[in-house]
Design a protein around this ligand. Structure first.
Ligand code: SAM
Length: 249
């Protein structure tokens, strides 16, 4: 199974996620789709700190939210309304065992790109298929390789500061470590206020993401028993992402 990066697993970093990823306009499309489909039950795979799960639960949707990173789930469980969501610690490959027949499965925040090998990706798609009811829908996004998002993952173009309650001002920056397409490896560094952490003020997290081409994704969906209904553009990131909407056959 693909294991999550330190940024999601290390409690010192998991608590920073929402502060640095504070514009969640990307989730409007997913909430809109759940409404359009009349989804009564949703499986949110790689839910992280629970942003989408909580938005859907607020609207009366039954949500099962799954992530292998315990520290991210801990953040999610501490949010208002968290009691209305079923949180499960586990990877995508384990969702078939949950006994669900969900109307809709979601993978937001480019979760699809964490599956680096074909084997992991196939396993994830097959498990999600089995957790959907026949005719249920899977929706996920992934970055277009041709738009070379990693060119922006440099200190000059991607750095930020946030005030974190109980911590103080934290500074974040990114560095690309290797581009070996279809894989891109980058590092995110976080500088905490002096003395807040024991053993140094900077904590780093290295991530490797897989950039798949559209035809590869369409073929993998077909092989896992999905029919592609639509490939949308992410309205908040026009031209940069594909949003696949696929139905379990
Ligand atoms: C960029 S975050 C997105 C989180 C959330 N979906 C959002 O939109 O905020 C990627 C998530 O994928 C999760 N992840 C990593 N490996 C996974 C796996 N094998 N199965 C499911 N999720 C995984 C990470 O723990 C992390 O929470």
């Amino acid at each position: 199974m693909t294991t999550p990066d330190p940024i999601f697993v290390d409690p010192r970093l998991a608590r920073l996620y929402d502060a640095f990823d504070d514009d969640r306009g990307d989730l409007d499309l997913y909430v809109g789709l759940a409404e359009r489909l009349g989804a009564g039950s949703v499986l949110d795979v790689g839910c992280g700190t629970g942003a989408l799960a909580l938005l859907l639960a607020e609207r009366g949707v039954r949500v099962t939210a799954v992530d292998p990173a315990a520290a991210s789930l801990e953040v999610a469980r501490g949010k208002p309304g968290a009691e209305h969501v079923t949180w499960v610690e586990g990877g995508a490959d384990a969702v078939a065992g949950l006994g669900l027949a969900a109307d809709l499965a979601t993978m937001t925040g480019n979760v699809a790109q964490v599956f680096r090998t074909d084997e992991d990706w196939t396993q994830a798609l097959e498990a999600v298929r089995d957790a959907l009811r026949p005719g249920g829908t899977l929706v996920f996004e992934t970055r277009l390789p041709a738009r070379e998002a990693w060119l922006g993952w440099t200190r000059e173009r991607r750095s930020a500061r946030r005030d974190i309650p109980g911590v103080g001002q934290v500074e974040m920056w990114s560095d690309v470590l290797e581009v070996a397409l279809p894989l891109v490896t980058f590092q995110q560094s976080y500088r905490f206020p002096s003395g807040v952490l024991s053993g140094g003020d900077v904590v780093t997290s290295v991530s490797t993401l897989r950039f798949r081409e559209r035809d590869e994704i369409e073929a993998s969906l077909a092989a896992a028993g999905f029919e592609v209904d639509e490939v949308l553009d992410a309205p908040d990131r026009p031209g940069l992402e594909w949003v696949f909407v696929a139905r379990r056959g």
